[in-house]
Design a protein around this ligand. Structure first.
Ligand SMILES: Nc1ncnc2c1ncn2[C@@H]1O[C@H](COP(=O)(O)OP(=O)(O)O)[C@@H](O)[C@H]1O
Ligand SMILES: [Mg+2]
Length: 392
């Protein structure tokens, strides 16, 4: 890119920075006073009247994240001007949170928290990320129903919907108009859905907001959901990641101490190369891959429950998992009731009437295998060789 193109791109990125107070861009509000960018440094000056110190910090983080592809954080200077206060010029070189010199610091990030070391989520024993190479394979369905399957095993589980493209948990949990409150310590309170606390990007945005507006908010979002939400006493926190295995997903997961990742695929969508990219992404940031889940494996007609129709071919994900040397955690069949329950916001695995059906059993197997992967001594029917792929 030429310098002029760079500058244009930077201006474009900066024009998307949002005032967290009202959702309007700083540009729209006429706050931007000066943007100076050369090869080495970026200077951004804006009017901060009416913006609280807390929100000012958020804005600075957003600026740094927006231009992370172009400048490391120490090359970004944010100046603020206040017209109604004696501190006419509050000049400050932005200092990011003390960086832990973890290997993650070297990863080039487009959006994520810059320079942050891996942080553990308070209030959750294990954090599991559910990912997929493509959209529409049932990633959110798996995240939600896995949560209820673990709950059925007596575990306390929370759900975190980090999918900015299609945050579907408010719909899946029948909480579309819920508005999260805050604790006196200013932590976000998750919404309770059938005994599962959850938080979703979808609860904070207008469904009509174009995805591009969401971009600059993104870096902070997962971090905020992990660390500024009052998660409490959870055995598991399950994260629904955005589909794909690009820089964005990578930057979302690299700063957090995630205990395991699951990759969801359907038999016809599984591409070895894509799956490999996904697995590589996790091993790059030292997140153990617990295994793959095949969704929509086969169809069992309600009137002939012993029959299996392999609509999308048989054993696709199993073969891929073998080739990639990861575990196949479960094969979840297609069932109309699962889709219908999801559409109604009544999670299938929370409805005892489905107990014993093939989909139910497949989810319980998935939950048990996850349990087993963290407690290998417990004798549940887990595949052999758990952890074999860790850090390889
Ligand atoms: N095993 C299944 N049987 C029937 N329908 C399913 C199954 N898994 C997912 N679906 C349906 O497929 C659609 C896509 O699933 P979703 O979880 O939203 O995918 P993603 O999160 O990967 O985009 C939804 O309508 C969901 O109800
Ligand atoms: Mg989804």
């Amino acid at each position: 890119m030429s310098e002029a193109q760079n500058l244009e791109k930077i201006n474009q990125l900066l024009s998307l920075i949002v005032n967290p107070q009202n959702g309007k861009t700083l540009k729209e509000e006429g706050r931007i006073v000066e943007v100076k960018a050369d090869q080495n440094e970026l200077l951004f000056k804006y009017k901060r009247d009416g913006i609280s110190p807390d929100q000012k910090r958020k804005i600075e983080t957003m600026i740094i994240q927006a231009v992370a592809d172009f400048y490391p954080s120490e090359k970004v200077t944010v100046l603020t001007i206040s017209e109604n206060s004696s501190d006419i010029l509050a000049d400050k070189k932005f200092t990011p949170a003390p960086a832990n010199p973890a290997p993650t610091a070297q990863i080039k990030t487009g959006h994520g928290p810059v320079g942050a070391g891996k942080k553990r989520v308070l209030g959750a024993q294990k954090v599991i990320a559910v990912s997929s190479c493509k959209g529409g394979v049932g990633k959110s369905t798996v995240a939600v129903n896995l949560a209820f399957a673990l709950k059925n095993l007596g575990k306390k589980v929370g759900l975190l919907d980090a999918d900015i493209y299609g945050p579907s948990m408010p719909m899946l949990l029948n909480q579309r108009s819920a508005k999260p409150g805050a604790t006196p310590e200013k932590k976000i309170l998750p919404i309770d859905a059938y005994g599962i606390p959850f938080i979703s990007f979808g609860l904070f945005i207008n469904e009509k907001d174009p995805v591009i507006w969401r971009g600059p908010m993104l870096g902070g979002v997962l971090n905020q959901f992990l660390f500024d939400v009052a998660w409490e006493g959870l055995d598991y926190l399950i994260i629904d990641l955005p589909p794909g295995t690009g820089d964005m997903q990578l930057s979302m997961v690299q700063a957090t101490d995630i205990d395991g990742a699951i990759v969801v695929s359907t038999p016809q969508d599984v591409a070895i190369l894509d799956s490999k990219k996904g697995l590589n992404m996790f091993s790059q940031v030292k997140i153990p891959v617990l295994g793959m889940v095949e969704n929509m494996s086969y169809f069992v007609p309600e009137d002939a429950p012993t029959k299996k129709y392999f609509i999308f071919g048989e054993g696709g994900v199993k073969k891929a998992a073998q080739e990639l040397n990861v575990n196949l955690l479960s094969e979840i069949p297609l069932e109309m009731a699962l889709r219908e329950a999801s559409d109604k916001g009544q999670p299938y695995m929370n409805e005892k009437k489905y107990e014993g059906r093939p989909v139910w059993n497949a989810y319980m197997k998935l939950a048990k295998n996850i349990e087993q992967s963290f407690n290998p001594s417990e004798n549940v029917d887990a595949p052999k060789g758990f952890f074999k792929r860790f850090f390889s």
